[in-house]
Design a binder for this molecule. Structure first.
Ligand SMILES: Nc1ncnc2c1ncn2[C@@H]1O[C@H](COP(=O)(O)OP(=O)(O)OP(=O)(O)O)[C@@H](O)[C@H]1O
Ligand SMILES: [Mg+2]
Length: 252
């Protein structure tokens, strides 16, 4: 399987992980790529943002807890876009026994996944727990949405050292991408944070920042990506541009 495997990660809550996962996944699908989106968050916001609200259907919880193949729980949600929803019992995974192998549940499920896809996008919960460890074991690329404020910078340095520890333990190097999300263009602090990020992490900060905008707050309530909810909005343009950044690796 030659798919690009991207985990969207930030232990801080509400920074735009799910919004970015939804619109990146759908934007890639609209560009003709075959995409699998995986909801690794028991909150199941990725699924609901794409219009899948049923909690009684099996999802990633059944894959992890019962050993069912990923392929059998995926749902076709749009042209070129399949979704594995969290399922109603994903939080029970934190209580599983089995030591280190518990961190490998997602990687093992993906190793057995034999469908041809170009991108696998994983949305993760706001924690540093076992589910996020699964995202880190499975991923080759890490996409970090972050807001342009002071505390976000502090959180990022913590996250970066976690990633370095994983790289050493797993003997691999992640391609790391940072996207400024919920960005306030006219706010001086936000601009300063962006400048600092570009200075500290050259080659990682994606060219397009995503502005704070009503369309992005509203679209999940309709179960739609921004490309469906407001095709001609600034937010749709920004996410379309971010999709190209990810395809081409366009960074500062
Ligand atoms: N650029 C934006 N402009 C306006 N609202 C946004 C933007 N990005 C995200 N939001 C809204 O902010 C809230 C948090 O965003 P989102 O769910 O994407 O963050 P998250 O990091 O996935 O949160 P969690 O850590 O809880 O999973 C949501 O209500 C979302 O609709
Ligand atoms: Mg989320």
């Amino acid at each position: 399987m030659t798919a690009r495997l991207i985990s969207v990660i930030n232990q801080k809550g509400g920074v735009g992980k799910t919004t970015t996962a939804v619109n990146l996944a759908h934007g890639l699908a609209l560009s003709g790529y075959r995409v699998l989106a995986i909801d690794l968050d028991p909150q199941a916001h990725l699924a609901s943002s794409l219009g899948v609200t049923r909690e009684d259907i099996a999802g990633l919880d059944a894959v992890f807890l019962k050993g069912i193949p990923l392929k059998s729980v995926q749902l076709k949600v749009r042209d070129n876009l399949k979704l594995v929803s969290a399922g109603g019992h994903l939080n029970e995974v934190e209580n599983l026994e089995g030591g280190k192998s518990r961190g490998l549940l997602l990687k093992r499920a993906l190793d057995q996944y034999d469908e041809a896809v170009d991108f696998i996008i994983i949305d993760s919960p706001p924690s540093s727990g076992l589910l996020v460890i699964n995202a880190l074991f499975a991923a080759e690329e890490i996409l970090i949405p972050m807001t342009g404020d002071y505390l976000a910078m502090q959180g990022l340095s913590h996250l970066m050292s976690t990633l370095t520890n994983f790289e050493e333990a797993l003997q691999k190097t992640y391609k790391q991408w940072i996207v400024l999300s919920r960005f306030h263009e006219r706010r001086k602090l936000a601009q300063e944070v962006r400048e600092k990020l570009i200075e500290y992490f050259p080659g990682s900060v994606l060219k397009t920042s995503i502005s704070e905008a009503a369309a992005l707050a509203e679209s999940p309530g309709f179960g739609q990506s921004v490309f469906e909810y407001k095709e001609n909005s600034k937010s749709a343009d920004e996410y379309a541009s971010l999709v190209k950044d990810v395809i081409k690796g366009r960074t500062f």
